[in-house]
Ligand binder design. Sequence first.
Ligand code: GAL
Length: 367
Amino acid sequence: MVNPNTPALGSCRLISALLSVLVLALVAAALPRATPAQATPAAAATPPMGWNSWNKFGCNVSDKLIREIADAVVSTGMKDAGYRFVNIDDCWQVSRAADGAIIVDPERFPNGMKPLADYVHSKGLKFGVYTDAGRMTCEKRPGSYEHEVQDIQTYASWGVDYVKIDWCYAEGLEPPVQYAKFRDAIAQSGRPIVFSICNWGVKAPWTWGPRTGNLWRTTGDISDHYDRMSVIGFSQDGLEKFAGPGHWNDPDMLELGNGGMKHDEYLTHMSLWAILAAPLLAGNDIRSMSDETKSILMNPEVIAIDQDAKGVQGHRVWDEGPLEIWVKPLADGSQAVGLFNRGESPLPVTLDFNKIGAPSSAKLRDL
Ligand code: GAL
């Protein structure tokens, strides 16, 4: 919260804020106009937004769950807020046919994938699946190794819009080489499938990811704990130069609403991911989420920071003890500023407009 004694905008140079949690502020000012966002033919001109089954449901996926989630994306307002992808993670596949075709779990997905994709599309949403570049998925389902083209063709025939490709059981394989096979297969398929590389930062995917996929995981898995979420989120500083429209660093999916963090901690999670221009894949049971979770996941102004057309990932501009200030330049010339206190107790923090390149006279808005 911004100190109410702070003189109103206009002549102030310094703003003092007493923080116990992050305050996300937008400095709209007489800054020089930024260059317009670069046009990109990629399927992820802004960071992908949607939902993924893994964080909440693990292997407990089914046709029924995915249909209910698709319904809830619409009825809760998530779709209107910008969440579009409904993505099934690990465990939908069980084996391969004699011709190598992937076989969908007949008990959990009795209709097969095409009717499910059609259902998701009928809601105005997009449909995603998961596979692994190695010999097996992390849950020991068949991997796509040596079936790269065949699997992508199958996904395209179902109407898949997004594929997340993991890196389990890939011993001896080279990530840039293996992932490029999927890139080429997607290009051949003619379908604009968003390509999510999930190899946990192995072999610096930010260096080859931009020419390979639309997003790449930068770390190991997130969990629904403040310590893990914050270590991942705050460690993204320095990677900003590799991200941009069509190609994004991925600090992993959201844990918001799964119950393991406090309100302020989930605010930090969402605000930090927005400053990072991170993909926003909700990972909770959106059929039954609380109003509190909804208000954080669907805060339109915070989502607008994440989705800003300039496509610049924010970075840390200052830190002292547990305090950090992060800045993300926006397309209209304003800046999103994150004031974070990573400590346990409230502390004052000062935002010096000079340090973020803002003029002495600027408008400030707490989002
Ligand atoms: C991990 C991945 C998770 C999830 C899981 C499924 O490697 O990082 O996001 O996909 O595999 O088994």
